[in-house]
Structure formats: C-alpha cells, structure tokens
Design a protein around this ligand. Structure first.
Ligand code: ARG
Length: 458
C-alpha cells in the first residue's frame, strides 16, 4: 500500500506509477534526503514532539540505510514514487513503528524544496571548483605568453596586435564572473525551507533554527507558501550554467578556427581529437564541437524550467517535479564540459610563429601609424585619412606598411621620420598599450596576479 493510501479505494492505474514516479531520477538526492531527515528527526526528539527513543532509532536507522545505499545494497521501488517516500518506506521496513513518526510536522513539499536547495548548494560549489581549475590552467598558459604576439580581430578581420596572454585573460575574466554567478546561486539556495509544511506551516512547535543549524544553512525561508513553491535558486543555477556554457562555446569556436589548416594557431592533442571513418588524413576537434553543441542543451534546461514555472499558482504543483531532470542534466553536462575542456586546453600546442605571422599581415599596425602622426602634431582625423591612403596604396602593391621606404612614407605625410620603423613594430604596438586592462605585458602580468589572488581567496 502507498504511504498515502488511506483515502483511496482503488490502486493507481498501471500506467500511473511509470508516469508520475520520479524515483528513476530523484534517487540521486538520497544523501540530501537522508541528511534532511536526520536533522528533522533530531529536532523532533529535542523538542519532545516525538519520543527521544524513537528519534534515536530513526537517526540510527537512516544512517544504516545511507551506508547500505552507498554500498549498492538497496533497490528503490517505482511504486514508492520518489526518493522521499522510498527512504521513508525503507526506514519503516527496517525499524518498524518508530519510523512512522519521521514525517511528523513535515510534507514532501518542504522536503523536496530542502533536498533541492542542498543539492544546488553542493553543485554550485562544485562548479566554482571546476571553474577555478580552468582559470588556473588559463593563467599558467597566459603567463608564458605575455609576449607572444597574435592578431586581435573585430568582425573576424585583423584589427590590432595583441598577445596570446591577453587573449586568454579575456576568458579568465568571463570564468571569474561565472564563479560569481555560481556563488549567487549558492546564496539563493542557502535558506532552509522545512517548517513550511505542505504550504501553511505546521502546528507542531518545530525548532526551525535548530534544523537550519544542523544542516548548515545561513537563513530560514520567510514565507511558507514561497518556501514550497520557490525554484528561483534552481533557475539561478541553470542560468549560471548557461552563461558558463556560452563562454566555453565561444572559446571552442575560436579553438576550432585556430586549429584549421588555414589558421594553424594551435594544434589539438591527439588525446582530444578524433579521426574520420573515411578520410584517413583527418584529425577533427570533436570535443570542442561537442562542448559548443551541448551549450544548446543547457539553454534548453533553463528554458524548460522557466516555462514550467511561469503558469503555476501557489503553492506546490506536481509540475514542479519537472525541475529535477533539467537540473541534473545541466549539472552533468556542465561538469563533463568543464572537465573535458580543461583537459583539452592543457594539452593544446600553441604555434607562436604562425600567430606572429598572422599579426604581421593585414595592417594591424595602421592605428599605431596614425597615432604616430598624432604624436608628431597631426589631428587624429587627418592622420586617419593619411593612413587610409597609405593602406590602399599598399594593398594595390601587395606590400605592408613597414615595407615602405621613408621617402615613400614622406610622400604621404612629411611628418614621418626614421623612428617610425621602431614605432610600428608589433612589439612596440603591444608594449605601448599600457592602459589598465590593455595588452602590454606588464599590464597582463598585473591582471594575472590579480586573478591568482582572487582564486586563492575563494
Ligand atoms: N517527487 C515530488 C517532486 O519532485 C516530491 C513532492 C511531491 N509532493 C506532492 N504533494 N506530490 O516534486
């Protein structure tokens, strides 16, 4: 018989258990569920709401059950619906009468809210750990490449020279903000909902603060209706996952491009590439493509839960059970993608020669040439115009700016002097961009240090 079977005259239709049971996926919450029940029973005993001997028996029984689940000795039952009723049923089977007192002053509605909050707290910290491992890998590589010149792009057109270190540090900033988003999701989840009951609290003299303390929550939820129907913290986590995936996806897109024969800025390690079943020469960046591809799936998880929640009246509705598969799928996808990406990144081989060559073509120093004339007294607009004409003429003759003789340069503007050659070298172009946040090696070294300090303070 179901735990709630008293009011029913007929058992559920054959299709129903399969349709509404969540045990196939929410069993992964067993640890949170048992920890929550241990805290609840402890408090019930302390408050004299149930006999202390029963509370002790429940706590012991739950600990033994946890050990058996971890040891793979427990089979969950589909007709016990979800992890909450499976745990309760198993407990009653094991300890008898005392187990029937566990659910006093509690509903599955506040119980599932509690389990989900504990889970989101755990996986938010897990994401912070994975992101900081990735940031460390990026910082280590960036540190070795604060002077490795490469072309920076806008509109996928060569724009100005930067360094590989500077480029990698752009991603460091993105992942640092992602850490902030996971910390925010953790904060949102960090309120203890037990005591909300089904929706209207309970008449038992529960000590909510004690349960909060036992489970390590920072605060209590403040409204019992909201306590059981709030899933904002799941959305916050899914949003943080989505933004992180978007960042990984952009990075993958660049690595895929850099790994092409046309670019040859990087070579992916064999360990992170795959071959073709027909074309013997192929070595494909499948891992990067899959991370990019899985981004859509995580957006889907976020959109799915947003859509589930948008029409729900207060308080709990069974629709909300749909939160879990989205949450678990996003978490699993994120963890796999961050782990694989970090491994792939650490084994990349950067081809500094080709990057430098890439930065040398395409007039990436044209802005600096204009700035040179400005420093000699010409207004910027006029300098821009002079350089435009010089670039046009070079394109027609298939030459670079630095291929022009001083004589030829002076024909465009008499302010050019012998120091122009030094001023327009790619190294000078980069080194002079010393504004905070700029690509000058000293500046990049500073942001690397700042990010390392951020990580060690986590
Ligand atoms: N399995 C349910 C869920 O995940 C637990 C809460 C069920 N509550 C209820 N009154 N049916 O949402």
């Amino acid at each position: 018989m179901k735990l709630w079977g008293g009011r029913f005259e007929k058992s559920t239709d054959g299709m129903v258990d399969d349709f509404h049971s969540s045990i196939t996926f929410d069993q992964r919450l067993y640890r949170q569920d048992i920890a929550g029940s241990i805290a609840h029973a402890t408090m019930l005993g302390e408050q004299g709401i149930i006999p202390q001997a029963d509370a002790d028996c429940i706590v012991e029984g739950l600990k033994a059950l946890l050990a058996d689940i971890e040891a793979g000795k427990v089979a969950f039952a589909l007709d016990a619906e979800d992890i909450h009723m499976n745990v309760e049923t198993l407990l009653i089977q094991r300890i008898g009468q005392a187990g029937k007192r566990l659910h006093t002053g509690r509903s599955r509605n506040d119980q599932v809210a509690l389990d989900c909050r504990m889970y989101v707290k755990d996986v938010s910290l897990e994401a912070v750990d994975l992101l900081s491992a990735l940031m460390t890998a990026l910082l280590n590589t960036a540190e070795q490449h604060t002077r490795t010149i490469m072309p920076g792009y806008t509109h996928m057109q060569k724009a100005q020279p930067i360094t590989l270190g500077h480029h990698l540090c752009a991603y460091v900033e993105m992942f640092r903000r992602d850490i902030g988003r996971f910390q925010a999701a953790h904060r949102a989840a960090d309120a203890m909902p037990l005591g909300s009951g089904a929706l209207a609290g309970t008449t038992y003299p529960l000590n909510r603060a004690r349960v909060q303390e036992l489970l390590g929550f920072t605060s209590l939820t403040r409204n019992s209706l909201d306590g059981v129907s709030d899933r904002d913290f799941v959305l916050d986590y899914l949003y943080a996952c989505s933004v992180t995936m978007m960042h990984l996806s952009r990075f993958c897109e660049e690595l895929i491009l850099w790994n092409t024969h046309e670019f040859q800025f990087v070579e992916m390690d064999d360990g992170y590439s795959t071959g073709s079943s027909i074309m013997p020469q192929k070595k494909n960046p499948d891992m990067a493509e899959l991370v990019r591809g899985k981004t859509g799936r995580v957006y889907g998880d976020l959109t799915a839960l947003f859509t589930t929640m948008k029409g729900l009246p207060l308080a709990y509705n069974k629709d909300m059970q749909e939160d879990k598969e989205a949450l678990f799928d996003a978490r699993d996808t994120l963890v796999k993608c961050l782990s694989v990406f970090t491994g792939m990144f650490k084994t990349l081989r950067f081809k500094a020669e080709n990057m430098k060559k890439g930065a040398s073509g395409g007039f990436t120093n044209a802005t600096d040439a204009a700035d040179y004339l400005v420093k000699k007294g010409l207004p910027f607009r006029e300098a821009h115009e002079v350089l435009g004409r010089m670039v046009l003429s070079c394109i027609k003759e298939d030459r670079a700016l630095l291929d022009l003789s001083l004589e030829e340069m002076r024909a465009f503007c008499p302010l050019f002097a012998p120091d122009v050659y030094d001023a327009l070298s790619l190294e000078t172009c980069v080194n002079l961009r010393g504004v905070p946040g700029g690509p000058a090696p000293a500046m990049v070294a500073e942001t690397i240090a700042d990010n390392r300090a951020f990580l060690s303070a986590l």
